[in-house]
Design a protein around this ligand. Structure first.
Ligand code: TMP
Ligand code: ASP
Length: 235
């Protein structure tokens, strides 16, 4: 597999073309940003951890019946994935109140939802990724109603699988963000990453935060938290 030109550089990853038009290579960086890029930093070793964790979890989800873009890990930081058209929606599932949910609705963090919630943000940095509902997404032609139904079904399935799995690792899965892609045949697959950058993980005994909130909120021991998640998940 030949790594060709870079076709996209995001805040945490680069994407490269390959000699197969159906496949691209994702290359994970140590760069970290928060608050729509206002806060910038480096989390040393993050790219390697997020690559390994994402690939492990994507394979677990495939086995549970959620199709993903994953093809194979190429190196510590590089993974071969199917080339998709990213649906410009951030799909957020919440099991426990935290972050923007707690702030927006004026509740404390840590209140357990009776059942998980789902919400969508329009992936648009210039607009600050505004919260939208499924009708807005259809009106903006970001996805069809059928695609949104599929995305919802997969997102809740991801939650069922990951919530149970992380609990076995002593981690409470508070909330997370997913992105989906569309293959040339129109099929929807899980894309992007699943990592401490995109999930909130709280130690199930102590409540200690083991995710990017340590960076966002200057809590210290950021690298240690990422390492600890990798250790608990992959041994
Ligand atoms: P929020 O509470 O800030 O809306 O975040 C909800 C979840 O989504 C949390 O697990 C962090 C993740 N997330 C991202 O992956 N990317 C983002 O740009 C934001 C704002 C949140
Ligand atoms: N990565 C996002 C940004 O830079 C935000 C976040 O994860 O908090 O805006």
């Amino acid at each position: 597999m030949q790594k060709l030109d870079m076709i996209y550089e995001g805040k945490a990853k680069k994407v490269f073309q390959t000699d197969d038009p159906a496949l691209v290579i994702v290359d994970y960086k140590d760069d970290a940003t928060a608050f729509n890029g206002e806060k910038k930093g480096t989390i040393s070793g993050k790219g390697v951890i997020n690559n390994k964790l994402t690939n492990f979890l994507m394979q677990k989800l495939e086995q549970a019946g959620v199709p993903t873009h994953f093809v194979r890990e190429l190196s510590d930081r590089e993974t071969l994935v199917k080339s998709v058209h990213i649906v410009p929606l951030e799909v957020i599932i919440r099991n426990v109140s935290a972050g923007s949910f707690a702030k927006r609705y004026g509740v404390e963090e840590g209140i357990v939802n009776d059942s998980p919630t789902i919400e969508f943000s329009y992936k648009n940095d210039a607009l600050g990724d505004p919260l939208i509902n499924s009708y807005h997404a259809v009106a903006l032609k970001l996805a069809t109603p059928e695609e949104i139904e599929t995305i919802k079904k997969y997102a809740f399935k991801v939650n069922d699988v990951l919530k149970a799995f992380f609990l076995e690792c002593g981690i409470n899965l508070i909330d997370f963000k997913l992105e989906f892609g569309k293959l040339p045949d129109g099929a929807i697959v899980l894309a992007d990453e699943i990592s401490p950058d995109t999930c909130r993980f709280w130690d199930s005994k102590t409540g200690e935060k083991l995710d990017k909130d340590r960076f966002r909120r200057d809590l210290g021991n950021v690298e240690d938290a990422y390492q600890e998640v990798l250790r608990r998940v992959m041994g």
